[in-house]
Design a protein around this ligand. Structure first.
Ligand code: PLP
Length: 397
């Protein structure tokens, strides 16, 4: 075995369910044609970025001094970019964000790693609620922390507060939430956020140290039918927001996001410095310069996300008619129905016989469920219902 870091080697050689589904899909496409393979495995936005993104990029490439445009920005991001983003947050959420509270990052992933490495000492605990984005475990353990998983409230995918309060202890350093949620599509209600804030305030006092709330929000704008996504720093002062332009602006490959350290955070300057220091030690300095500027100018635009709501409506109704139990997603482009048998891994394996590529819930900390990523063309979502019906029928005899 190579003389390398064992954890890193383990991560680099681990099998990935989604990658295997992708490979399987490629094989099936060659056999039966792309139109007959229903790939619901990956969370890559299916609609293009709005025209404003290209227009802004072209304008910047044409008008800006190329040395400045392609040069390093400050480690924490270009000052003008941070001012524009702070201004947009102030206007949209009626929250007094300042430029110096923003650290421009490479997507939500870079933002989360900056926060976790900035906050955690070895062995400290971070509470995560199932179902959860599987990379959280990698990020938390990479920062020397221990992930404590709270089982899901499978009837609504809000927070099971009894189990949450049982899990809190003096070792709890942070709580990590994700709303709108991958994989359930749930949006935490204002009531949930208020209760969470109240528990954290009380427990921080009891333990004599701050419990930080990290809120991972790459899907913030993808909320349906007027559902409100509470702006968490307004409810709890010791909040760090991890935002990304990957999803609502359809720019996952451009790797742009930010950390916002809440304005009334205790010892805010030091917390910001720790996030900046951790980002530096991870090599996340000076996020991509062109796309910092593009995202700042297009911060309030989105791609045509209405297609996701259309797909949600078609699939929720269609799947329920077939006999699936589905909590209606309020946002994102994921849904998380219960599998028709308890063994979600076997269920998703069986689905492949019908060219349906769906991901077992086990990897999201919630067995007995499957994630369907419906960022696909609407006609494909419609046609997939026949394949789901055949999959269901295969269990009826
Ligand atoms: N957090 C969640 C919940 C996600 O679903 C994703 C990507 O799918 C990320 C973070 C990482 O996003 P980014 O592409 O901005 O790094």
């Amino acid at each position: 075995m190579a003389n390398v870091n064992k954890r890193a080697l383990g991560l680099g050689t681990q099998r990935s369910v989604i990658r295997e589904l992708f490979e399987f899909g490629k094989k099936r496409i060659a056999e039966v044609g792309a139109e007959n393979v229903f790939d619901f495995s990956i969370g890559n936005p299916s609609v293009p970025a709005p025209a404003s993104v290209n227009e802004t990029a072209v304008r910047l490439l044409t008008e800006m001094d190329p040395v400045a445009l392609h040069g390093y920005t400050s480690a924490q991001g270009d000052q003008l970019v941070r001012e524009k983003v702070a201004d947009s947050i102030r206007r949209r959420f009626d929250y007094p964000a300042k430029a110096q509270s923003l650290y421009m990052s490479t997507g939500a992933a870079g933002a989360l790693c900056g926060c976790l490495n900035g906050l955690l000492e070895r062995g400290e605990e971070v509470i995560v609620f199932a179902p959860f984005f599987p990379e959280y475990r990698v990020f938390i353990e990479g920062a020397g922390g221990i992930m404590k998983l709270i089982p899901a409230d499978i009837d609504a995918f809000q927070i099971d507060f009894d189990r949450f309060e049982e899990a809190l202890s003096p070792r709890t350093k942070a709580v990590l939430i994700n709303s709108p949620n991958n994989p359930s599509g749930a949006v935490y209600s204002e009531e949930t956020i208020l209760r969470l804030a109240s528990v954290l305030t009380e427990k921080s006092k009891e333990y004599g140290h701050v419990i930080y709330l990290i809120t991972d929000e790459p899907y913030r704008e993808i909320a349906f039918s007027g559902v409100k996504v509470p702006f968490v720093p307004k409810y709890y002062p010791n909040t760090l927001v991890c935002y990304s332009w990957s999803k609502a602006l359809s720019l996952p490959g451009e790797r742009m996001g930010y950390v916002l350290v809440a304005e009334d955070m205790e010892e805010k300057e030091e917390v910001f410095a720790a996030v900046a220091g951790a980002s530096r030690s991870l090599g996340y300095v000076s996020a991509p310069s062109l796309f910092q500027r593009v995202c700042a100018e297009c911060a309030e635009d989105t791609s045509d996300i209405s297609v996701y709501e259309k797909n949600r409506d078609i699939l929720v109704k269609g799947l329920r008619d077939i006999g699936f139990t589905v909590v209606e997603p309020q946002g994102t482009f994921y849904m998380f129905p219960r599998t028709l048998i308890a063994d979600d891994v076997a269920f998703c394996e069986k689905a492949k016989d019908f060219n349906l590529l769906i991901v077992p819930g086990t990897g999201f900390g919630c067995p007995g469920h499957t994630r369907i990523s419906y960022c696909v063309p609407t006609e494909r979502a419609e046609r997939s219902l026949d394949a789901f019906a055949k999959l269901a029928a295969s269990y009826n005899h």
